[in-house]
Design a protein around this ligand. Structure first.
Ligand code: HAM
Length: 419
């Protein structure tokens, strides 16, 4: 038996119905906020992620699915969508008309993390990228999109946490202050954080190790070190969130696992999924485009984990009323000599828009009835040779437990029969 690879999973049955429901809502929401869909490749040159996400991040260091293809190129399965969208934006010269570009995407991402509930090696994200505005209005729209979408989906347990990690200049001052603060505690940091001390100091704030957490509790906060421009930017983002009535809490410990962020970072979290508490996350990345293009173009975006979103919706009982998909009508052939007739009727009902199931195994009438029962179908049509001769058939309404003979002509408008 060949089994699926650890950290991947099959989604089928009623699960797919949940996924389609959520996907549809995301598409509707993107439309409401005027984000156009972009579909980008699932693999790119490794270099894109190395430079884009950052060589000292966990994603690049430990989690990427990287391989050399037969042409000797280093290829990586996308661990996230932003770098690919930025590559597409530049390659397709979307900057040419200097206007704001608002893009959304959905699809599988790949990270070799330790699988657990809510954390997979192939997982699905949707995301939006708002490219071309440096204004706090854009940050606030992106955060509102996330919050409002999740509220509309019915989630009650979500919270928005927000922080500013400053720009290139003021972040340097902060990192210096953080290092000064951490130096006396260096020996007590976990091995990972000892390494991060020089390579990615900010990430120490995000360490889950209880010892490191304790040490960073009293660390200086990023917002104390913001330059005037960054401070003003942050305050305005908060102002526009207030205008939009988006509840949030400022979390000065919030830093993100990807290197491209500047200024605003945020997460949408829940307390109902254990340690995998982030259902969406994002922020501003004003320098990422400049790493691959001749000029910096400011941008802000976020991505939501769809597997976690669906888990959380289940947890909050939001799918409790959803039932398994079933056909509208089952047609029973009383004997094999009416099969041709059944085919024609089934197709005519499908043309009218109904979902129709028939028997494909030459089963007995009894076993067809059993199958209709198992499928929990509401409407059953029974067709036998004698009835065909008379131009009639039997219609059984399974919900009302009623049965009547109807004229075959009435099938031309089956909706009427249902009324
Ligand atoms: P991220 O925080 O790495 O950000 O991922 C965003 C979301 O994807 C997480 O909050 C989580 O819900 C989900 N996620 C991440 N890893 C896994 C996993 N292994 N299993 C299940 N779900 C997972 C980004 O990816 C950025 N590109 C977001 C962004 C867009 N920033 C600006 N624009």
């Amino acid at each position: 038996m060949i089994r699926a690879i650890k950290g991947t999973r099959d989604i089928f049955g009623i699960e797919t119905k949940k996924w389609r429901y959520v996907e549809q809502k995301i598409i509707e929401y993107a439309r409401k906020y005027n984000y156009g869909e972009i579909r980008i490749p699932t693999f790119e040159r490794t270099q894109l992620y190395l430079r884009g996400i950052g060589g000292e991040t966990d994603i690049v260091n430990k989690e990427m699915y990287t391989f050399t293809d037969k042409g000797g190129r280093s290829i990586t399965l996308r661990p996230e969508g932003t770098a690919g969208v930025v590559r597409a934006y530049i390659e397709n010269k979307m900057y040419a008309d200097k206007s704001l570009k608002k893009l959304f995407y959905m699809g599988s991402m790949y990270r070799q993390e330790r699988p657990q509930k809510g954390r997979y090696r192939e997982f699905r994200q949707f995301g939006i990228e708002n490219i071309g505005s440096k204004e706090p209005l854009a940050d606030a729209e992106v955060i509102s999109f996330a919050y409002n979408l999740y509220k509309e989906l019915g989630l009650k347990s979500i919270k928005v946490e927000i922080n500013s990690i400053g720009c290139r200049t003021c972040r340097k001052n902060y990192i210096r202050a953080l290092k000064d603060y951490l130096k006396p505690h260096y020996e007590m940091l976990c091995d990972n954080c000892k390494r991060r001390f020089d390579t990615n100091t900010l990430r120490i704030l995000d360490c889950k190790n209880p010892g490191c957490k304790k040490i960073t509790e009293k660390a200086p906060s990023t917002t104390e070190y913001l330059c005037d421009d960054c401070k003003e930017h942050f305050n305005e983002v908060l102002h526009y969130l207030d205008v939009r009535k988006i509840p949030y809490s400022v979390n000065n410990r919030l830093v993100r696992g990807l290197d491209y962020y500047t200024r605003t970072v945020f997460e949408v979290t829940t307390d109902r999924l254990g340690s995998q508490n982030a259902v969406a996350a994002g922020g501003r990345y004003d320098y990422l485009i400049g790493m691959f293009h001749s000029e910096d173009i400011p941008a802000v975006g976020f991505a939501g984990g769809m597997d976690r979103l669906i888990l959380l919706m289940e947890e909050e009982g939001l799918f409790d009323a959803m039932d398994e998909e079933k056909p509208d009508i089952f047609i029973v052939a009383v004997s094999n000599d009416v099969r041709d007739y059944v085919i024609k009727i089934a197709e005519s009902l499908r043309e009218q828009g109904f979902s129709v199931e028939t028997d494909l195994s030459m089963s007995s009438m009894k076993s067809q009835m059993r199958r209709a029962g198992k499928l929990n179908v509401d409407n059953v049509l029974i067709i036998g040779p004698d009835e065909i001769d008379k131009g009639v058939l039997t219609y059984k309404n399974m919900k009302k437990h009623s049965q009547k003979e109807i004229d075959i002509k009435e099938l031309e408008n089956f909706k009427k029969i249902l009324e």
